[in-house]
Design a protein. Structure first.
Length: 194
């Protein structure tokens, strides 16, 4: 369903914007829930009727195109964060993200957002972003891979990390430290000048 911009002409809402709005609505209505299943977000997007696209397009945006901690293929949005397989929440600045999404938007622009949902942009900045995610309990902690530092600072990177970052022999890694202070690793492209 199109919405009117200030020029008075109907404009469709993008799928990424609809996914962000639907997830924001779920967060606002369920303050005690940290994340939502893909199916919950999908149902909310369909209920909102902000655009006409195929169901597979919506599902792909939820599971891939909008997800900060997944490789960009090709969209670079950082609107969602995958908490665990099939569970997502809105992205917060400071969350780790795939380096291919470094310039991706974390929220829609006001002009891209239907007027009745624009209040979510302020809610996101003033409420959601300032509310930190609770630490996972032991029963819901993800399987976090660990590596022991050996003699001379040598680290054997776990196979699952190598696979996730698509690293192989001879590849370089970069240590990224955002303002939050956390350090993450990313695959790096190094250009040697001779």
């Amino acid at each position: 369903m199109p919405f009117e911009k200030s020029d008075g002409k109907p404009h469709p809402c993008s799928t990424a914007t609809a996914v962000w709005i639907a997830t924001a609505l779920l967060h606002a209505d369920n303050k005690n829930e940290e994340a939502f299943r893909q199916s919950q977000i999908f149902r909310k997007v369909k209920e909102l009727q902000l655009m006409k696209v195929s169901d597979s397009t919506i599902r792909t945006h939820i599971s891939s195109h909008c997800v900060a901690n997944r490789k960009a293929q090709p969209d670079t949005h950082r609107k969602l964060f995958a908490v665990r397989n099939g569970w997502f929440r809105l992205y917060r600045p400071g969350d780790p993200y795939d380096m291919t999404r470094g310039r991706g938007r974390i929220a829609p622009l006001p002009r891209e957002t239907p007027e009745k949902h624009r209040w979510f942009l302020n809610w996101y900045e003033d409420d959601y972003v300032k509310r930190r995610a609770p630490a996972p309990t032991k029963s819901e902690s993800p399987n976090i891979p660990f590596a022991k530092i050996g003699e001379g600072g040598v680290i054997k990177v776990p196979e699952e990390v190598l696979s996730r970052l698509q690293l192989g022999n001879g590849d370089y890694i970069a240590f990224i430290q955002p303002p939050s202070g956390d350090v993450s690793i990313r695959k790096a492209k190094v250009r040697l000048e001779l």
